[in-house]
Design a protein around this ligand. Sequence first.
Ligand code: 9MR
Length: 589
Amino acid sequence: MVSLSKIKSIGLLSIVFFCANAVFAQKTTDKIRVNQVGFYPASEKIAIVTDSTAKEFFVKNAQTNETVFTGVLKPKGVWEYSEEFANDADFSKFTKVGKYYISVPNVGDSYPFEISNQINLTIGKASLGFLYYQRASTDLPAQYAGKWARPAGHPDNEVLVHASAATATRPEGTKINSSKGWYDAGDYNKYIVNSGISTYTLMALYEQYPKFFDTLKLNIPENTNNIPDILDEIRWNLDWMVTMQDQDGGVYHKLTNTNFDGSVMPADAKNGRYVIMKTTAASLDFAAVMAVAYRVYKKTDRAFADKCLAASIAAYDWSKKNKSVTYNQGVMNQKFNPDINTGAYDDGNVSDEFQWAAIELFIATNQSKYSEQANIEFTLRTEFELPNWAKVNTLGLYSIIQNRDNLPEEFLPTVELVKTKIIDLANKLQKYQANKSAFLVAMGLSNGNFNWGSNSTAANQGMLLMNAYKLTNEGVFLTAAISNLDYLLGRNGTGYCYVSGFGTKQVMNPHHRPSEADGVVAPVPGMLAGGPNPGQEDAGTCTGKYTTKVPAKSYIDEQCSYATNEVAINWNSPFTFLALSIEATKGKK
Ligand code: 9MR
């Protein structure tokens, strides 16, 4: 029999032994912020320790707790957006594939992460796969949807023409078939303006990396046909978008209930659906997307591509005749019944939509009338910005760069100017990220970055940087893009890995009706949470939940929080672009 004192002394001995080899684990801490998915062997790898007194760090093997790398922390000062001190733990020189964590004496251990050759493949596919879960008008069988399987919701085959959209040939109450499409977000409505940038972003991803996507398999019903799966998924939304065009070429702003549904599954959301007034923004976003669809689907489905081009031209022509029909829900509700109280996507300035649509039509047709209409010279004097649903002209620049070899020679000087524009924008982001941001992120370059859907700003910054990288092959742009990905996956003000189903500190309660109502503990995977937003527009429905207004910390993982924890197709799409363009560039099979 072994005596108690002997057990104690063996225990003591082994503690001494482990300490000598630094083979022990401390408590996991939130004070070390690191990408909880991980890194490529040959990429920059930096974690941030928010304790200003810490001096050194260890990278440890997650299975054995053995130290594999030792480094000195580099103090970077306070990050004004989270009001935290940043001490950089740079372990870029450590390149061995495996599972690790960072350990800082007297501070604690970080959440684990991996170093792998295809680190962003699974998460990138999951974020693209989110769109499958957003499909309206179809069952999601377990074969594809796993434990999130659900019956079909919103057939949308008998949608009513709202009074605001009535015409002589389609009077109020006419029923149209407008099925399919992706639900916009946590709600079940379908909005053309937001579909515009979302669908474009994914088509641009395919257009830029066709080889990568030609072999990328998704777990969707169409994955045995000969078409790349990403194009099959996008087609689900394009098929719906096409139905949103009225006979005169104009495009309905949205397909919606009168009010947001409660927290019910799609199949239980049976309120009447309407198509609402045609607007210039919707028509132009539609025109741009359909012109891109023509290019992208030409090879695999010529008939569909031609239909898209015709639809694009008709929507553009309608917009030329109806230059400023903007969406103002309040004004509309004064004139027409029933009242509509869902997402507005109300954009008062459509000059950028005009430019974008004209650019895409020019690329599709090579017709000078579109390049003139795009008024490229004027465009180039305009302030170009990071794209979002209301600011879309920079998307046209991405397309010009991508298609520059197919444009007529007389357009080449413009191509050169467009290159400069993209590089200038990317330089601003990169320089700020590398030299000015204590948390090494482009977020914060503009004060408005921490707003509703701020995580999509980080993703769109990354997308812009990847476009500049593809154009120039300058490694600093790729590094800066990956740095923004690090931000989204854990190296941020809250320590959350903001994509559901990934990381250790996970988003568990997104504002997403199916995830709220399905009885499954884990939310649908692959969804990017909207992210920190000190605007806290949902404070009224999340009473007492917020603990701070510090910009990069103003996030709550609560279902009530539609202003920080909703998900949306236009937020996921740039994340998908970021993760998979990086994977297509750096990933090694
Ligand atoms: O993403 C939109 C954000 O820019 C706006 O500030 C906000 C309020 O109008 O609306 C967001 O979009 C929501 C849309 O209106 C309805 N579906 C959910 C979207 C994400 O919250």
